[in-house]
Design a protein around this ligand. Structure first.
Ligand code: CTP
Ligand code: MG
Length: 220
């Protein structure tokens, strides 16, 4: 079966606050997006990798991905959902794994769990429990939320391509933050599999430091 990894790398990295968008900054000497692509490209069940980049990022992307087999680069859009949509339009049939370029470390077991789960669901996402107590509130607490029924959702997120296309068509022009939300709105069944702490997303400078330290300590 055909399994395509679609890496979305068309963001601007505002919260990282660096001059260059985070996906093109070097993490332990290698561009962040290249870490993400390589982690999926080396998985034996992934047959193709494609990358969605920002309109003005061709030069940066070509350099960051030099020598990797990612096919023609795809131009993304203003919101993440636009970038995913643009990517879906360029992929043929089979399974698609939508993944953030900002998540450099993807354990192969997570990919196996996702693909296996698609046997009995329309989609599958990696999840982790919430460790902290959660509450509503502003300057004072306005009620605690039961965290045992809450999940943290990571990427890659796995779908049968035709299901995800259908779900995006149903969604219209809104900009949900991830594919699993779109799928649920379309009434499709999204299974959960165990995620992994190493799949964390590099959002802030603190996340970047953590990733650098993990690589330096050979924890990855
Ligand atoms: N992304 C994308 N297209 C967009 C917005 C985001 O492809 N229009 C991608 C990012 O490149 C990233 C992933 O979606 O790999 C997750 O998004 P996030 O971590 O929010 O990255 P940015 O949007 O770049 O960062 P920020 O929100 O801080 O600006
Ligand atoms: Mg963003």
């Amino acid at each position: 079966d055909k399994v395509t990894a679609l890496i979305v790398a068309a963001g601007s990295g505002t919260r990282m606050g660096a001059d260059t968008p985070k996906q093109y900054r070097r993490l332990a000497g290698k561009p962040l997006v290249r870490h993400a692509v390589e982690a999926l490209a080396r998985h034996p069940r992934i047959t193709a990798v494609r990358v969605v980049i920002g309109a003005g990022q061709q030069e940066l992307a070509r350099e960051a991905l030099a020598g990797l087999d990612v096919g023609p680069l795809i131009t993304g859009g203003a919101e993440r959902a636009d970038s995913v949509r643009a990517g879906l339009a360029e992929i043929e049939d089979g399974i698609v794994l939508v993944h953030d370029a900002a998540r450099p470390f993807c354990p192969p077991e997570v990919v196996d769990r996702l693909i296996d789960a698609l046997g009995k669901a329309d989609g599958a996402v990696p999840v982790l429990p919430v460790a902290d107590t959660l509450a509503k509130g502003d300057s004072e607490l306005r009620g605690t939320v039961n965290r045992t029924q809450l999940l943290r959702i990571q990427t890659p997120q796995a779908f049968h391509l035709e299901d995800l296309r259908y779900a995006y068509d149903e969604a219209g022009t809104g900009a949900p933050t991830d594919e699993s939300t779109v799928m649920q709105h379309a009434g499709l069944k999204v299974a959960t599999v165990a995620g992994d702490e190493n799949l964390f997303k590099l959002t802030s400078p603190r996340d970047w430091e953590r990733a650098e330290m993990m690589l330096a300590a050979r924890m990855i």
